[in-house]
Design a protein around this ligand. Structure first.
Ligand code: HEC
Ligand code: HEC
Length: 397
């Protein structure tokens, strides 16, 4: 826990805070058995009731204070698979559709099908899966994708994730009833609940019994720590080593027949550049090395001979990586957001470009380049300005 990665701490400050609280309370709980708890949710509560051991208190005197009940309540939002932590509330499929269309569809698609930003949420489950609790297509190597609804086994996880992390650009901005509604809407898209369904804390457990992949999760391996969560003693490799007449060729799960390879143009150019599914370069024969992207003439020229009075600044690569800008932006070519080259070009003639860009980097926004918003970025003004100055200086002149 102490090594909670810095970039995660930036993205998920609350998780980081919880991790910290949990670590602290664990240390305290060790000296005060009454407050001991092994559940992360209640560990946070333990932090406010546990009194530090005399030695500990001295070591940290004057540092920090006890979290208030309200602060802990704000952090302690996890919903467990047994629905402990689920707040009271309700939301209809219809209400959820409104939430979806105004706050979710721009990234996930009208039907949750979009692969534009990340993997699609809905699709690939059948009425039969709802009966069996196993998503059959997870075992079908020819099925092209894995959606959230195909994989998720526990409804609490879906509810909790939306409640804590979505919409991506404004986490925790939904009301409890909106979370119920939008979860109901997603389940309705997946055929799990009817059009007039109202999801609430009262019927979550019933709906859990209809989750398409509810029986698809196994704890029968040793990947989880602690005895309570596993039945197995060894890792879940069940195969017996083959010693004789063994298959030499791997069984390929999906392939493109040669005649169809380039039938509809280059797949690599039609698939998004982010996410788990990438298109192969169908202009080249199967198995050929991918084409080496030729450096665009313009940037090569610019790199060799800066014609402008202001010299080109070196790319602030360390900052772009540190703040994970590169998750959404490439120097060349659109990812989730526009390329840095396009941005530089657009503001080449803007006199206050540096201040404007530095401001936008910190505030985020939408509508300048398309419907996908950029979340506000947590970085200091000096770093934002360094990046903005680089963008301005690399603008073509
Ligand atoms: C600005 C774009 C954006 C918006 C708006 C948005 N999401 Fe997301 N959503 C994402 C991204 C990106 C991820 C993947 C995040 C990650 O893995 O860290 C994601 C992940 C998810 C997942 C989990 C998928 C999985 O399999 O792990 C769910 C469920 C989800 N979003 C639901 C919603 C709902 C409901 C809303 C509206 C209230 C919403 N999202 C709004 C971008 C967005
Ligand atoms: C979650 C994906 C994401 C991340 C992370 C991200 N951006 Fe963006 N960025 C976008 C999107 C999407 C847009 C287009 C927004 C629009 O249309 O207004 C954008 C736009 C921009 C713009 C142009 C703003 C304008 O008004 O034209 C700049 C500059 C920018 N980003 C810089 C950065 C920097 C620097 C970082 C890292 C500190 C960063 N971005 C992180 C997605 C992202």
């Amino acid at each position: 826990m102490s090594s909670f990665p810095e970039h995660m701490a930036r993205r998920w400050p609350v998780l980081a805070a919880l991790a910290l609280t949990a670590t602290l309370s664990l240390a305290q709980a060790q000296t005060k058995p009454a407050a001991t708890s092994n559940a992360a949710g209640t560990a946070a509560t333990a932090a406010i009731v546990a009194t530090p051991a005399p030695g500990t208190a001295k070591a940290y005197v004057g540092i920090g204070r006890q979290a208030t009940v309200k602060e802990v309540q704000a952090w302690d939002i996890d919903v467990r698979p047994d629905f402990k932590g689920l707040p009271k509330g309700a939301g209809s499929v219809a209400k959820g559709q409104d939430v979806w269309e105004s706050k979710c569809a721009q990234c996930h698609g009208i039907f949750g099908e979009s692969g534009e930003v990340f993997a699609p949420l809905i699709g690939g489950t059948t009425a039969d899966d709802i009966k069996t609790g196993h998503v059959a297509r997870l075992n079908d190597a020819s099925y092209p994708g894995r959606t959230t609804l195909m994989k998720v086994a526990t409804l609490s996880t879906l509810w909790d994730y939306i409640n804590r992390a979505m919409p991506w650009n404004a986490p925790k901005s939904l009301s409890t009833d909106e979370v119920y509604g939008v979860t109901a809407f997603l389940l309705n898209l997946g055929g799990v609940v009817a059009d007039d369904f109202v999801l609430s804390d009262k019927n979550m457990a019933e709906v859990q019994q209809r989750m398409p992949n509810r029986n698809g999760m196994t704890l029968d391996h040793s990947l989880w720590p602690g005895k309570g969560l596993t039945t197995a003693k060894a890792a879940d490799t069940r195969n017996v080593a083959c010693m004789k007449d063994c298959a030499v060729e791997a069984n390929i799960g999906s392939f493109l027949p040669e005649h169809a390879r380039n039938a509809h143009g280059n797949l690599a150019e039609q698939n998004r550049a982010v996410g788990p599914q990438h298109g192969v370069d169908t202009t080249r024969p199967a198995g050929a090395a991918p084409a080496v992207k030729a450096e665009p003439a313009e940037s090569a020229k610019a790199a060799q001979a800066p014609q402008a009075p202001q010299a080109k600044l070196a790319a602030p690569t360390a900052l772009l990586n540190k703040y994970a800008c590169t998750a959404c932006h490439a120097v060349d070519g659109k990812l989730v957001g526009p390329s840095f080259k396009e941005i530089a070009k657009k503001y080449a003639a803007k006199s206050d470009a540096e201040a404007y860009l530095a401001g936008k980097i910190r505030s985020g926004g939408s509508g300048v380049w398309g419907a996908i918003p950029m979340p506000a970025q947590t970085l200091n003004e000096a770093d934002a300005l360094t990046i903005a100055q680089w963008l301005k200086a690399s603008a073509p002149r």
